[in-house]
Design a protein around this ligand. Structure first.
Ligand code: ATP
Length: 397
């Protein structure tokens, strides 16, 4: 059984991800350049009605402007249309787009895309082919309007994204993942108050995706610049996002903190999973010692976790519902070492008629278990009951 639990390190300082652990090709983030925190903001207020043939997008919502917010939904539900309207790439009459205190569109007022403080990265990076990496990075930075507040210097961005070795290369000499890193750097150097990322990993193979994810996590934790991330991949969303906006049929079905949003039945249909926040008290014999409230679990430490420079204090655990089993009493004769006391908070139908999705509460955090209906009946599981959750196999992403 693979990928049962994935670990993502979060800084104790900010409570946001800084550097993913596990199969990362990227070492822990170097000492972070000091980056001023982005100002607190009231959110991204949107009022839009867009009609395109049979498709209509209707949005009347305020999205968070903190951390990473994923726009998630089926193909054709309107994610890119919404992102383009936010960026000002498309102008739609009657729309309102307000980012914090900045009104980008309202009535006849329309701030063109180049005057919105937005950094954008798309599926295919659009680096200028005749310029080196350094020149690409600095292209926009050297042309910033005089009054633009500089929150990130080129050296900081190069360090953050480990671009220094690539500076003299041409875009055609870079791998897909490296090109996306440069595109991210260029976007950051435009001094954005919001990063818009439209499937930035979609054109990459699995190896490149896992290489670039930690950099996205670094950006989120070390710059404080809010990100709106369009993604088809729930796995990527769970690794990166703090909030999830679930889009359906041209509208926002629901939005909220990722941990709660994962309980939405629409997401369970894709593959129910849970996100748990755990604290670490270090590692022993290559096993990370983690606690969730009063309860403990152990997981194989990421390979670089034993180094002195790598000592995160909090982690996110991603657990597939199908990898959680339940018993009425603690099991002492099982190979499963992670056994946690939980209470049943819901028993719901699963997409497959033979299965049931059991919602659990573990020290105040939601956990889901996908069981057969037969097992639920045999154990006579009921809401409110205290049971033991065995998290079967353990693997790190
Ligand atoms: N230029 C256009 N003219 C007409 N219809 C369009 C145009 N662009 C998009 N659409 C339609 O608008 C709808 C929403 O498209 P959009 O690209 O926003 O969806 P999406 O959720 O981003 O999809 P995907 O995940 O596949 O990228 C789709 O039904 C699409 O066919």
């Amino acid at each position: 059984m693979n990928n049962v639990i994935s670990l993502f390190h979060r800084t104790a300082r900010q409570g946001k991800p800084t550097l993913a652990a596990g199969q990362r090709a990227v070492p822990p983030a170097p000492a972070a350049p000091s980056v001023p925190a982005a100002p607190e903001s009231a959110g991204l207020t949107l009022a839009l009605t867009i009609q395109r043939g049979d498709f209509s997008l209707q949005i009347n919502n305020t999205l968070p402007l903190q951390g990473v917010t994923a726009l998630f939904g089926r193909s054709g539900c309107g994610k890119t249309t919404l992102l383009r309207a936010i960026a000002g790439l498309d102008r739609h009459a009657g729309a309102t787009v307000q980012c914090g205190a900045a009104i980008w569109q309202q009535g006849s007022h329309f701030v063109p895309v180049h005057q919105r403080r937005i950094g954008m990265v798309f599926q295919e990076s659009s680096l200028l082919p005749h310029l080196t990496v350094a020149q690409n990075l600095l292209y926009g930075f050297n042309r910033l309007a005089k009054h633009t507040p500089i929150q990130l210097q080129p050296e900081q961005v190069m360090q953050l994204l480990e671009l220094t070795p690539l500076l003299q290369q041409a875009p055609e000499q870079l791998s897909g993942g490296q090109r996306q890193r440069v595109a991210l750097g260029r976007a950051l150097l435009s001094q954005p108050q919001l990063l818009l990322l439209d499937e930035p990993l979609a054109s990459l193979d699995q190896q490149s995706r896992s290489e670039i994810l930690p950099f996205l996590q670094r950006i989120a934790s070390q710059t404080g610049i809010p990100m709106l991330l369009v993604s088809h991949q729930l796995d990527d969303v769970v690794k990166l996002a703090d909030n999830l906006v679930l889009m359906q049929h041209g509208g926002i079905h629901s939005q909220g903190p990722l941990q709660q949003q994962l309980l939405q039945p629409e997401l369970a249909a894709i593959g129910a999973m849970s996100l748990l926040h755990a604290k670490s008290s270090g590692s022993k014999h290559h096993l990370l010692q983690l606690s969730i409230g009063q309860q403990q679990l152990q997981l194989p430490a990421p390979l670089h976790a034993d180094t002195a420079s790598y000592s995160p204090t909090s982690y996110r655990l991603r657990i597939q519902a199908r990898d959680v089993a339940l018993s009425l009493t603690p099991l002492n004769d099982s190979s499963v070492s992670n056994q946690l006391q939980v209470s049943i908070s819901g028993i719901n139908p699963a997409p497959h008629p033979a299965e049931t999705l059991v919602q659990l509460t573990l020290e105040g955090q939601p956990l889901q278990a996908l069981l057969t209906k037969q097992s639920v009946e045999r154990l006579e599981l009921q809401i409110g009951q205290q049971v033991y959750a065995q998290i079967k196999a353990v693997a790190l992403d």
